[in-house]
Write a protein that binds this ligand. Structure first.
Ligand code: UDX
Ligand code: UDX
Length: 466
């Protein structure tokens, strides 16, 4: 790693979707800081050190190549990294617990705790510990207790610095954040640690975008931001159900409502519901916290955001089956897209997973196509019974299908030759647009029966019988 002298050594534990890109951006803007990213997974680290990065994010690769080997390093030597570091970002995964008390809702903190123990064991000098992973409120307290336990003379100052990047636009979000939130203890050492972190971010973030707060408020703000975003999606999706039965158009409603500057236009796109690794997990965590403190009505309120999300996917499948003469058994259905959103190969909690399972239960024959997510899709559905074919070419995937169901709004799905697709499908040909992404009138004119979320059906059946 050379003899070069650096201002400070930064370490990040956890080379995932959050840790890898965040550290790459820091390394790019702070060439005088040494940034090392470590992980327990050798495979992940090997890929960060190769041309085949473990995650796909627009703009990431060129930024990694710019800094890697200069001041950005990927390694599995966690203990050495800890020993050398002045500032340690903790970015290990914090999934929903799958066992024991709080299973299905609480956060599984075992990786955070193991990381804290390892930091304690390998530290010989004072360090700043930055919580980057999303954690429950007061997790910093637990971290501090573990780090300062026993007769360790090393002092650890804990900061909360949640990440607000969205996948697919992660690099842009990090380089142009709405805000950088830093929570710290209101003590001299807490404020000094906070200023160290501000020194890093101020290389590219204007000072007025730095929001400082106490630790617990910062931890909670991350959960609340995601909960509010998800709540807007469930709000508009609940209205989409009403639109379908009343003849209103949900996009028109969202446009009208979003013009109110107090409401704003973003995150009002009706669709199949939210997916991704964060929204469900963070709301479940919020619900668990409310229940833990005896605030059942608050817990119930947030539970509804998830209930509507599930309802939205069930409604979609129900509408498909009802439209296709109440049976999809042995019919070929082609899913356009599998990622939880476009511009990522990530399929964690993707609505496509839930919808696939429901369709397979109905004994449909499923063909899945996606430009970046087929490997993940294969893993997600490996234990599910039924016929599933993975086909990268959308034209081949749709050949002989009874229906197409669009799951992910990839740009390229708008540019397909739907005349060619229609000609090779079974008739009547059905198209279910789960993201209101396609030109419904044009598809209808080609001969499709078109069903879009929160919009009246465009079918040819009524017209024929009239
Ligand atoms: C994770 C959390 O899920 C999220 O809540 C938090 O906000 C940020 O960190 P993400 O980066 O998407 O998000 O997770 P993931 O891609 O799974 O990466 C976590 C990495 O940590 C993995 O590469 C894993 O191997 C590594 N890890 C996990 C460790 O290095 N040590 C551990 O003890 C556990
Ligand atoms: C989210 C937050 O946006 C980000 O700030 C946080 O750090 C991590 O979680 P991400 O999950 O990557 O980011 O993607 P996001 O763009 O928020 O989309 C989440 C899901 O909501 C996707 O499945 C998307 O399709 C859906 N969505 C989004 C809608 O259904 N309608 C909308 O209007 C917006």
């Amino acid at each position: 790693m050379g003899d070069k002298q650096y201002v400070k050594n930064i370490l990040c534990i956890g080379a995932g979707y959050v840790g890898g890109p965040t550290m790459t951006v820091i390394a790019n803007f702070c060439p005088d800081y040494k940034v090392t990213v470590v992980d327990i997974s050798r495979d992940r680290i090997d890929r960060w050190n190769s041309d085949d990065l473990p995650i796909y994010e627009p703009g990431l690769k060129e930024r990694v190549l710019k800094a890697r080997g200069q001041n950005l390093f990927f390694s599995t030597d966690i203990d050495r990294g800890i020993d050398e570091a002045d500032i340690i970002f903790v970015s290990v995964n914090t999934p929903t617990k799958t066992f024991g008390e709080g299973a299905g809702r609480a956060v599984d903190l075992q990786y955070i705790e193991k990381t804290a123990r390892r930091i304690k064991a390998s530290s010989k000098s004072d360090k700043i510990i930055v919580e980057k992973s999303t954690v429950p409120v007061r997790a910093a307290e637990t971290l501090s207790k573990i780090l300062h336990s026993g007769n360790n003379s090393v002092h650890f100052e804990i900061l909360s610095n949640p990440e607000f990047m969205a996948e697919g636009t992660g690099i842009h979000d990090m380089e142009n954040p709405d805000r950088v939130l830093i929570g710290s203890m209101d003590t001299p050492s807490g404020r000094a640690a906070r200023d160290e972190l501000i020194k890093i971010y101020e290389r590219w973030v204007p000072r007025e975008k730095m929001v400082t707060s106490d630790l617990w408020s910062s931890e909670l703000s991350k959960l609340v931001s995601n909960a509010f975003l998800a709540q807007r999606i469930s709000s508009i999706n609940s209205i989409s159900a009403l639109c379908e039965v009343t003849g209103a158009d949900v996009d028109e409603v969202a446009r009208a409502v979003g013009k109110d500057s107090r409401i704003g236009p973003k995150f009002l796109r009706a669709g199949l519901g939210f997916g991704g690794s964060c929204f469900r997990k963070d709301i479940l965590n919020l619900i668990y916290l409310c229940e833990h403190y005896g605030l059942q009505p608050a817990a119930d309120f947030w539970q509804q955001v998830i209930a509507i999300n599930d309802f939205q996917m069930q409604r979609f499948v129900h509408r498909m089956v009802a439209a296709m003469f109440n049976t999809v058994a042995d019919k070929k259905i082609t899913l356009f897209g599998f990622a939880f959103k476009p511009d990522t190969g990530d399929t964690r909690d993707s609505p496509a997973i839930h919808i696939s399972k429901m369709l397979l239960k109905e004994r449909a024959r499923l063909w899945v196509t996606d430009p970046h997510a087929l490997n993940n899709a294969r893993q997600d559905l490996e234990d599910v019974e039924g016929e599933i074919v993975y086909e990268p070419d959308p034209y081949k995937a749709a050949e002989g299908a009874h229906a197409i169901a669009l799951m992910t709004e990839w740009d390229q799905y708008r540019a397909l030759d739907y005349r060619r697709i229609f000609d090779r499908m079974e008739k009547p040909a059905f198209l279910f647009d789960g993201r209101n992404h396609l030109d419904h009138q044009a598809l209808f004119d080609l001969g499709f029966n078109v069903y879009a979320v929160g919009k009246p059906d465009r079918t040819r059946f009524n017209n024929d019988s009239q």
